[in-house]
Design a protein around this ligand. Sequence first.
Ligand SMILES: [Zn+2]
Length: 258
Amino acid sequence: MRVSLAARLVREIGGFLCTNPAKVSWPGGVVSFTFDDFPRSAWVNGGAILEKYDRRGTYYTTMGFAGTANNLGPMFELDDLRAAHRRGHEIACHTYTHRDCGRATPAEIAAEIDENAAALSAALDGAPITNFAYPFGGVSLSAKSALNRRFASCRGTGRGINHGTVDLADLPSTSIYSRNFDRDRFCQLIEDAQASDGWVIFYTHDVADDPSPFGCTPAQFQSIVAYAAENAPVLPVRDVLAGLGLASAPADSSLRAA
Ligand SMILES: [Zn+2]
């Protein structure tokens, strides 16, 4: 009991330590829309909404879910993945089996990432995958240190705007979920980013008329995309980092050897 409490404490504290500090200052603010796991509806509905405004998003893809279905509905098929990539959306990493990195060893995380990278590379002809999101938002100090060496950024689920000094190993983001959808709050976040030269990252899962508790409806999603597109640049995570000069992961492959 004491051991697990200590382990939990290390995990909690680790999540708060900044492991890859960087400056974010985007004059006038910038917004990213991201999807976790890659439910098929995030592409068919969510991608179509972004493209209606000629914008692109980031899909944090769990390759082990390809062609399956779960509580988020049908997941992506490989043709969906290729189409999203071809049309300029960013395909990013989210572990192969949706494992919680906050509860995995560095070696286990490395195996997950290697398997996901191999599957993505095979599907996308070796296209570079440079960004990552933590499944369940689960982080620990060792997970952050390990993943930070492999990716230009790792997105968490702690709320907030990225501005000033941020931790590229655990970027805050805001969920767009049907169950607590609050358009005014989301629009206010965008306005706050504009005022602070900051970066708002939104995430959701399925985008469906009858969404899971972790998704939203197309109408809800569109209302936020429309507001963002009117007021600020809307770019994939990859493109924001490139604009900030932060697109490169540290040249360190030690995660593979961990
Ligand atoms: Zn996920």
